[in-house]
Design a binder for this molecule. Structure first.
Ligand SMILES: *[C@@H]1O[C@H](CO)[C@@H](O)[C@H](O)[C@H]1NC(C)=O
Ligand SMILES: *[C@@H]1O[C@H](CO)[C@@H](O)[C@H](O)[C@H]1NC(C)=O
Length: 203
């Protein structure tokens, strides 16, 4: 190894040792997936992605949770993450069969340009750092001036926010973040009957 590269590598190793950060890779044939929206709820994720196995909760730095694209089935805006130095997003990391990822791409509407897939680095509460696939809306919203002035067309439905909150509780996301999820105003609507029925509503 070239001597110039050794010092930076040693510094990175020392930094990771000091902060107890450990890089983790998924088992062969699988991919880590970071969920932050309705896929926080196991039942919802398993509808289209039965191979998903819960791995850990994790935090994504420098992004915020937001809502933008209106979806008929949910009767409201669906979740996205937006780059934001003043924020972070908590979510769940799932181990998925890599050859089944196309089901997730389909669910997220990648082919029709709703979301695109991106690899992000997230950190688990025990200090593991891992690269996970996540999905971001192709048309991300501007930051609302404050939580209460999110326009109606950008608000999630009651059902959608409930699914996110239930998923956050189920996976034991930090209590303050669960509270933050509940702080988003909804549009007061219920998801479509079909969507509610496939999720087994009332939950
Ligand atoms: C994420 O990284 C994996 C492994 O390097 C790669 O196969 C995959 O194409 C990447 N995904 C995206 C969306 O960049
Ligand atoms: C937040 O936005 C709403 C609606 O635009 C406004 O009435 C309210 O005063 C704002 N609150 C703060 C703290 O800026």
């Amino acid at each position: 190894m070239h001597s110039k590269t050794i010092l930076p590598l040693m510094l990175i190793s020392l930094f990771k040792l000091y902060y107890c950060v450990e890089d983790v890779i998924p088992p062969p044939g699988s991919t880590f997936y970071f969920a932050y929206g309705s896929n926080l709820l196991t039942k919802r994720l398993h509808l289209n992605n039965p191979s998903a196995v819960f791995y850990s909760i994790a935090k994504l730095a420098d992004y915020r949770l937001d809502f933008n694209y209106q979806m008929e089935a949910w009767q409201g805006a669906v979740a996205t993450i937006v780059e934001d130095k003043d924020a972070h997003v908590w979510g769940t990391v799932w181990t998925m069969d890599t050859d089944q990822l196309h089901y997730l791409d389909d669910q997220e509407g990648v082919a029709i340009g709703l979301y695109y897939a991106k690899n992000v680095t997230v950190t688990t509460p025990s200090g593991q750092q891992l690269v996970a696939r996540t999905y971001i809306e192709t048309k991300n919203p501007e930051k609302a001036a404050n939580g209460t002035d999110i326009p109606m067309e950008r608000r999630p439905s009651n059902t959608y926010l409930e699914v996110i909150a239930l998923g956050a509780i189920e996976s034991h996301l930090p209590a303050d973040y669960i509270g933050y999820i509940f702080s988003f105003p909804t549009n007061g609507k219920m998801a479509s009957k079909t969507r509610r029925e496939e999720l087994g509503y009332p939950f």
